[in-house]
Design a protein around this ligand. Structure first.
Ligand SMILES: Nc1nc2c(ncn2[C@@H]2O[C@H](COP(=O)(O)OP(=O)(O)O)[C@@H](O)[C@H]2O)c(=O)[nH]1
Ligand SMILES: [Mg+2]
Length: 718
């Protein structure tokens, strides 16, 4: 394979709703580029993308797949992505390294929630978008409706490059208003006959052509002047204008194809080559230190790892984008995170599971390599003495969590290793052993996401796993002041034990002044503070600890032991054994024994005094509450709101947002347990949501009762 310069490379993310035809379009493009001798199909389970067993089982994509094709002296790298909302992680990975997103829209279903969600990710990442309306051969195809729906979101920035003359059964003609010609295909698709636009289409074609010329001129001042002078633009000038519009997201061109019949695919590839930006025309990559690194083959060699797959007989295949310089076979590069030296002894242009060995790759290109020692997703590899480091890709917060265990305990050890590998392949699937909950918690984008991973683990790694209810990380705190004394005393033979602690506990609030007096046994007692420690708790919140001992009734050297005793109770709250937070404790009195006092005695005295006071301080259980944003079509808004009400949701706001309603709510994590599944069934999969931890809030009285009861029962079981 020839070595392509940055200006001869196009990196495209194929995105869009499930079933829109991304994988089929990729197949047609690979075929037209000559990378594959014949086109596979989804039904025959033999496409270049969707090659993994799980994808063949489902008949749709689960993980992103890197593909390429060569066309007219250019290399087109495609990343085919999954459409299902549960697998959005793959879309994020792809959009991060692509220079242009191609959003495939199903002409039958039009704009779907998926189109909308992915459009938002593209916007956030500031990527150009082209809309390709597919399945125009379908009897129910409705091109005009799809365009209207796109305009609802993208307004005047939607500009048609083409339109189908005869969508539906027998579809075979397209008018191209950029080139002002018509294409007609034979039933086998591929290369069309190029015809003049017939009289019957002339008026419509001219109208759209004029709109296109104006839109192209709008994105560049010199073009604008030219346009005013001449009243039109040449094809070359229009391309320049469209490219400028793409890069600034000032224009979203619309194309039409039938991926399955391979109609208009060649013309689309030509457009991609002529008009979409090459990596060197896009903004430079910015390092974590804020340095801009242009896609320049003469710069130092630096590559960024963005995706990993695990292949049978090969192991980990890591996909990278060359950010700068030229990568040569056998190069030694250095991992910017862990300084490991990695030899790039082999790398490939990848087309799904098939890889073509290459010996050189320039800035902007996308490739794959194997057998690295200590490098994974998000790492940067540089030539010696270069220290570029590019940020890791950020994935959406998990929306579904479960506890997981191996069915056979003999698989326990293997389980964590296997789950780690699943995370490597799909960074939106998280694994964490929670010491607090004593469970392995896995989380991801939905129940379907987690079940898919289970399917893969059981099939690929031959271990059986099961999901079960994850615990909720509750917290405990107090709501009023309380006081307690505790004397620890033991005198059985030998050395005795003695320690006595008097303390006051109070709710901690940010910025509250230090205590001055306390009412103790009805008497206002002045407090003189000798020492103050403020501890940020690892599980959130604070503990403030005052030493207000007077007259040396407790030696300062016993204070750490008292604090330790209190911390033990903070780690296992008196109500339900959850972590306690946001408390301040003042040790204001106590007693020592000249011989018997020791650290253990004061630890126990501190711990028990704290526990007693805690129970009298109107203690409350706190639960994690999430900010939830739900995006729903109008017609199911009522059902979604009704369901949220049953989840103790507090509605914070509502907003109409391009054909959808946006609901903002605060919802306790406990009630979000199977939300993704419920929402999907209420709305037939037409809604989506995000959730983000917001705060810990007190649970309502009846929930507290329930939790206390459950804890007591559990305690008496053990
Ligand atoms: N009629 C018709 N069906 C198509 C076309 N493109 C894809 N399909 C079918 O739509 C389904 C989904 O296609 P696929 O490529 O897997 O969509 P993806 O989920 O976007 O990757 C498959 O059954 C395809 O055969 C098309 O242009 N016309
Ligand atoms: Mg697919």
């Amino acid at each position: 394979m020839k070595t392509y310069k940055p200006s001869e490379i196009k990196n495209i993310a194929l995105v869009g709703s499930s079933g829109s035809g991304k994988t089929t379009l990729a197949e047609s493009m690979l075929f037209e580029g000559g990378v594959i001798p014949r086109r596979g199909s989804i039904s025959a389970k033999n496409t270049s993308s969707d090659y993994r067993p799980v994808e063949q089982e489902y008949g749709s994509s689960v993980l992103p797949t890197v593909l390429y094709t060569e066309w007219k002296e250019h290399k087109l790298n495609f990343i085919d992505t999954p459409g299902a909302d549960d697998f959005v992680g793959g879309v994020i990975s792809a959009l991060n390294v692509a220079d242009t997103g191609i959003m495939v829209v199903n002409a039958v279903r039009g704009v779907e929630v998926g189109t909308e969600i992915i459009g938002r990710h593209a916007k956030r990442l500031n990527k150009p978008l082209i809309f390709v309306i597919n399945q125009l051969d379908h009897e129910k195809a409705n091109f005009d409706q799809a365009v209207e729906q796109l305009k609802a979101t993208y307004k005047g920035k939607i500009v048609q490059i083409q339109y189908p003359v005869n969508p539906g059964n027998g579809f075979n003609q397209v008018v191209d208003v950029l080139k002002m010609e018509m294409y007609r295909w034979k039933p086998e698709g591929g290369k069309p006959d190029v015809l003049p636009i017939p009289d019957s289409e002339q008026k419509k074609a001219e109208e759209l052509h004029n709109l296109l010329v104006e839109a192209a001129a709008e994105n560049d001042e010199t073009l604008m002047e030219l346009f005013f002078d001449k009243g039109t633009l040449s094809e070359e000038e229009m391309r320049a204008g469209i490219k400028a519009g793409l890069i600034t997201r000032g224009m979203f061109p619309v194309f039409c194809v039938s991926a399955e019949k391979d109609m208009c695919v060649r013309r689309f590839m030509e457009f991609v080559i002529n008009v979409t930006p090459s990596p060197n025309e896009m903004p430079a990559s910015i390092t974590v230190d804020g340095l801009g690194v242009p896609y320049d083959e003469n710069g130092p060699t630096s590559i960024y790892m963005f995706n990993t797959t695990v292949e049978p007989h090969v192991g980990e295949v890591i996909y990278f984008k060359v950010i700068s310089g030229i990568l040569h076979e056998g190069d030694d590069l250095y991992n910017a995170t862990n300084t490991t030296k990695e030899r790039l002894s082999q790398f490939f242009a990848a087309a799904g599971k098939n890889r073509t060995k290459v010996t050189e790759m320039m800035a902007g290109d996308i490739g794959a390599t194997v057998k690295l020692k200590n490098t994974g997703n998000g790492d940067t590899l540089n030539e010696k003495e270069v220290d570029y480091k590019f940020a890791r890709i950020v994935y959406p917060e998990a929306r579904y969590r479960a506890a997981v265990r191996a069915v056979n305990t003999s698989d326990d050890e293997k389980l964590s290793e296997v789950l780690q590998r699943v995370h490597q392949e799909d960074p939106s699937f998280n694994v964490e052993y929670s010491k607090e909950l004593k469970q392995i918690i896995v989380s991801g984008q939905g129940e379907f996401h987690l079940n898919t991973m289970k399917w893969r683990v059981e099939r690929n790694d031959k271990i059986e796993i099961e999901y079960y209810a994850p615990r909720v990380p509750y917290r405990e705190t107090i709501t009023k002041q309380a006081r307690a004394d505790y004397r620890h005393k033991k005198q059985s033979g030998g050395a005795g034990q003695f320690g006595e602690v008097h303390l006051v506990i109070e709710p901690y609030t940010e910025g509250a002044p230090d205590p001055v007096t306390y009412k103790i046994n009805g008497v206002d007692t002045k407090i003189s503070i000798r020492d103050k420690e403020e501890h940020e708790l690892p599980w959130g919140g604070k503990l403030v600890f005052y030493n207000a001992i007077v007259g040396g009734v407790i030696d300062t050297r016993f204070m750490p032991a008292i604090l330790k005793g209190i911390m033990e109770k903070m780690e296992e709250g008196p109500l339900t054994g959850s972590y306690a937070r946001d408390i301040r404790v003042t040790i204001y009195d106590g007693k020592m024994h000249p011989v018997d006092s020791n650290e253990i005695s004061f630890r126990l005295a501190g711990r028990n005094a704290f526990s007693t006071a805690f129970k009298q301080a109107a203690p409350k259980i706190l639960e994690p509450v999430y900010d939830v944003e739900v995006l729903v079509p109008d017609d199911v808004m009522g059902d979604v709101m009704g369901d949220l009400q049953t989840r103790r949701a507090i509605i914070m706001g509502m907003d109409a947002d391009s054909g959808f309603q946006k609901i903002l709510a605060k919802v306790p994590l406990k009630e979000m347990q199977r939300y993704s599944t419920a929402l999907s069934s209420i709305t037939g999969g037409r809604a989506t949501f995000t959730m983000k931890f917001a705060s810990y809030e007190k649970v309502p009285g009846e929930v507290q009762e329930e939790l206390l009861k459950a804890y007591e029962e559990k305690d008496s079981d053990e």
